[in-house]
Design a protein around this ligand. Structure first.
Ligand code: UN1
Length: 497
């Protein structure tokens, strides 16, 4: 029977004021999994009020105490990892090994940010006047609006919620509409870890619920992960209201393979970066930029590997690739197959819906050859198991092709030549660069995010995450007990030296 999900506002599980609901489905078989509130601007308003009320106490809770709650979040997530992973696989389709990894990222982030409770480093610097002390400290901001997608139902929200909490902010979270049950189970972890009422609030719904959050005057920061199209709308609206925004949006990530690459390593990395999570990661590899000498051998191995992948329900531990998330995602991938054919590409394998694995939204792992760098299949985000092969002659050409897209999240190069590797590190213009590793698998202690259409210059994870959720407060303490005015104000030093 479908689970009944509720919003979580001011420490209570509640229905939408409108009483309206929507359903989430298992993309592997079409079964209804959960019914959740279709939240209105009234629900968002109630959640923001609760978060505002809770903020006054939470910001004054010593950060090490806040950190202890985050450590408990990590422990409870560890205990519930498998239950949560199973629910996530049922709700959005990726295989159980990947949903376990998704929860593990949240565990890692909870420990990392819990530790920040005893750091949250600011700095001191010398000041111009005698008997005066200066320091810069990180301050909390207020209510943070968190808007997240369905492809990482726990990891991506954790990258936003955990640093926001350790910094002393409170949260209103609107999760992806495909994953309300996973979101509710994640919120339960915070409740059981002892987070005070109102510090985290959940409102489920679709785009209009997110829009109400962006527009609400009580929300000071918006942290958004999703499509570039929606992200830019969020940015525009939030900017007009003077809000701080962190955006993580699309990708068109490439792996470059030079002639001297280790073929076995490259084949494995390309397969999992392109077809893992059914290609539905913002870090997924969707372009293979390959030097002509190694191309025939590499493609032969990749086709063999792609054909050997087992599609099916992600709860089956022997399955390699789950379904796409919903009908819309399937329609988009099918549309791009037509675009590719019209552009004259050759389908080396896959290219269509997989109908032999039940009624789910399965699509065959697909390899497209004969792609030129400016074709739409090489430029636009498809968000499915589709890899476009672009042939190049040199490292320089490979780097130019890599950089010449509207996105800039992740890139990778396979080479045994240290000079080529370091030139790539210098010249690839993405936020993340891998050497002899696929484009996925970022760790939480380093900044995560991208250039160009992928982001707005902010980063998640690592120390950089704190910049999204804090404001700097510069503090000057004059302990001279004397009349003295700063040089900058008067252009001459007054008072006793
Ligand atoms: C995403 O696709 O939105 O680097 C996040 C990775 C994962 C996170 C991906 N750690 O692939």
């Amino acid at each position: 029977m479908a689970e009944l999900i509720k919003n979580y506002i001011a420490g209570e599980w509640v229905d939408s004021a409108s009483g309206e609901t929507f359903e989430s489905y298992n993309p592997a078989n079409g079964e209804v999994l959960a019914t959740a509130p279709k939240s209105t601007s009234d629900d968002v308003d109630a959640a923001v009020k609760a978060a505002k009320a809770a903020y006054q106490q939470w910001r004054l809770t010593p950060a090490p105490r806040r950190g202890e709650i985050l450590f408990r979040v990590a422990q409870i997530l560890t205990d519930r990892k498998d239950d949560l992973a199973r629910l996530m696989t049922q709700e959005m389709g990726k295989i159980i090994a990947e949903t376990r990894g998704d929860v593990q990222e949240a565990i890692d982030m909870a420990y990392y940010m819990g530790g920040e409770g005893r750091r949250l480093m600011g700095y001191t610097a010398p000041v111009e006047m005698p008997n005066k002390f200066g320091m810069a400290i990180r301050d909390s901001v207020g209510v943070v609006g968190v808007i997240t997608p369905w492809n990482f139902p726990v990891a991506v929200p954790s990258w936003k919620i955990l640093p926001a909490l350790i910094a002393g902010n409170t949260i209103v979270w609107k999760p992806g509409e495909d994953v309300p049950a996973s979101a509710a189970m994640f919120v339960k972890v915070f409740i059981d870890a002892g987070l005070p009422k109102g510090v985290i609030n959940l409102v489920t719904g679709a785009g209009d619920t997110g829009a109400a959050l962006v527009e609400h005057p009580g929300v000071r920061i918006i942290s958004f992960t999703g499509s570039t199209e929606t992200g830019i709308k969020v940015y525009t609206k939030a900017a007009s209201l003077g809000k701080k925004v962190t955006l993580e949006m699309g990708g068109k990530n490439a792996i470059i393979v030079l002639d001297d690459a280790n073929l076995d390593l490259a084949v494995d990395a390309i397969t999992w970066s392109a077809y893992g999570t059914t290609g539905q990661r913002c870090t997924a590899t969707s372009r293979l930029i390959v030097q002509s000498g190694i191309k025939p051998k590499l493609l032969e191995r990749l086709v063999e590997k792609a054909k050997s992948l087992r599609l099916g329900d992600g709860l089956d531990e022997t399955v390699d690739v789950g379904p796409l998330v919903n009908q819309k995602a399937l329609d988009k991938v099918e549309h791009y197959m037509q675009v590719g054919k019209d552009e004259g590409v050759t389908v080396l394998c896959g290219g269509q819906r997989a109908t032999d694995v039940g009624a789910g939204f399965f699509f065959q792992p697909t390899l497209l050859d004969g792609v030129s760098a400016d074709m739409r299949v090489a430029q636009e985000e498809i968000f499915g198991p589709v890899l476009s092969v672009i042939e190049v002659e040199s490292l320089e050409e490979a780097i130019e092709v890599n950089n010449n897209v509207a996105y800039g999240l992740s890139s990778s190069i396979f080479t045994e030549n240290v000079n080529a590797a370091f030139k790539a590190i210098r010249d690839l213009t993405t936020g993340i660069v891998y050497i002899n590793h696929g484009t996925t698998g970022a760790e939480i202690q380093f900044p995560f995010g991208g250039t160009r259409g992928t982001g707005n210059g902010m980063r998640e994870a690592g120390q950089a995450a704190l910049d999204s959720f804090t404001e700097w407060k510069s503090v000057y303490v004059d302990y001279s007990g004397q009349l003295q005015r700063a040089q900058i104000d008067t252009d001459k030093v007054l008072g006793e030296q």
